[in-house]
Design a protein around this ligand. Structure first.
Ligand code: ATP
Length: 353
């Protein structure tokens, strides 16, 4: 194995369930130490890919390599990966320490060593003082960290995480996102993270694969996906976008094909201040939605499009009700993203509120 050997390599990985193709010829390489997310709407095949990597399911076609070794035919316990599930699957009758030590026990590690390593793993998730508690005596976030310690104590080469923060409330979820990232960095283990939450994927990941209907629609860093979505599906699923179909692109931009512009890239001028940007369109404000740090402003353009503008409230000019105001919306050519022609089906459901 040389330095360029990927942690995980999937080649033409395919899984059919009867007539349903859950995973459709997926090719993917994940690098050692990467925090890699698989993001997509419900039913797009992310969990199935994870289960195939773990060995819980057998592919219909294709291969899986872990650190250069083909493991496609191997049993789950014979692969150097471990899985953290959304429900944590802790043993309720065991102490936190015994829960964490469990994987070492089944591998025949002696008592002294296993308890020492379990204590270290608990310390790495900042739960050293909770070793003697039962899982029921912990908060959701603490249970999540126990599950993480239990999965990492056996020193897997890669950790598979299936919506591990899904059961937590929003505040705790945001805290755990930061912790998870820190823990991953400290341990240096490859994390493969499944989520349908685009904010979570953008926050945590080194790279993200956006899944749609069993295929990878786009692969890139969070910034690449956000700034340069390749398709309408990605522009719409990752963040919010103003989408211009071919007709509107021609009218507003003078360009062929479909395009998108992020709401925060559009400026509006009311009254005297001229907006900056090569593209300009006049319209009427129809809605203002205050969201705390920002305001979403909906503008119906005279050209027939409805666009959303995201204005930070530190720049907000405090006009309580600007509904009905005539405005000029403007955006820069550099912020216009050309989208590939859509050949994939529309998303089933969007994860955005
Ligand atoms: P979610 O976010 O809802 O978990 P997902 O992107 O992880 O969705 P998968 O669970 O991988 O999606 O499912 C992909 C497709 O495969 C879906 O159409 C699903 O109904 C189907 N599928 C998954 N597991 C099975 C199974 N055991 N038997 C039949 N069909 C299945």
């Amino acid at each position: 194995m040389d330095a360029s050997t990927p942690a995980i390599r999937l080649r033409a990985l395919t899984k059919e369930f009867g007539a349903v193709t859950a995973v459709d010829h997926v090719d993917l390489e994940i690098q050692p130490g990467e925090f890699f997310s698989m993001l997509g709407p419900s039913g797009s095949g992310k969990t199935t890919v994870l289960r195939l990597i773990a060995g819980f399911d057998q592919p219909t076609d294709g291969t899986i390599e872990l650190f250069g070794t083909d493991v496609t035919a191997r049993a789950p316990f014979d692969r150097d990966v471990n899985t953290v599930f959304q429900d944590y699957a802790l043993f309720p009758h065991m102490s936190v320490l015994d829960n964490v030590a469990y994987g070492l026990r089944v591998r025949g590690v002696g008592r002294r060593e296993r308890l020492g390593r379990a204590r270290e793993a608990l310390a790495s998730v900042r739960l050293a003082d909770f070793a003697d508690r039962r899982p029921a005596q912990l908060s959701g976030g603490q249970r999540q960290r126990v599950a993480l310690a239990r999965a990492t104590v056996v020193q897997p080469k890669a950790l598979l995480l299936d919506e591990p923060l899904g059961a937590l409330d929003l505040k705790l979820r945001e805290q755990m996102q930061v912790e998870l990232k820190q823990i991953q960095r400290e341990l240096g283990i490859t994390f493969i993270f499944v989520t349908h939450d685009q904010d979570e994927a953008l926050t945590l990941s080194d790279r993200i694969a956006v899944f749609n209907a069993g295929r990878i629609e786009q692969l890139g860093t969070p910034a690449e996906l956000y700034e340069r979505p390749a398709s309408r599906f990605v522009a719409d699923f990752v963040g919010t976008s103003n989408l211009f179909d071919a007709e509107l692109s021609a009218a507003l931009l003078g360009r062929d094909g479909e395009h998108s512009v992020r709401p925060e890239k559009v400026q509006i001028a009311r009254g005297d201040l001229p907006p900056s940007g090569e593209h300009r369109a006049e319209g009427t404000i129809t809605e203002l939605i205050y969201t705390g740090s920002a305001t979403r402003i909906v503008v119906d353009l005279d050209a027939g499009a409805r666009i959303t503008v995201l204005e930070q409230n530190d720049q907000h000019r405090g006009d309580a009700d600007a509904r009905g105001d005539r405005v000029v919306a403007a955006w820069r050519e550099a912020d216009v993203v050309a989208l590939a022609a859509a050949d994939a089906p529309e998303p089933e459901a969007s994860a955005r509120p």
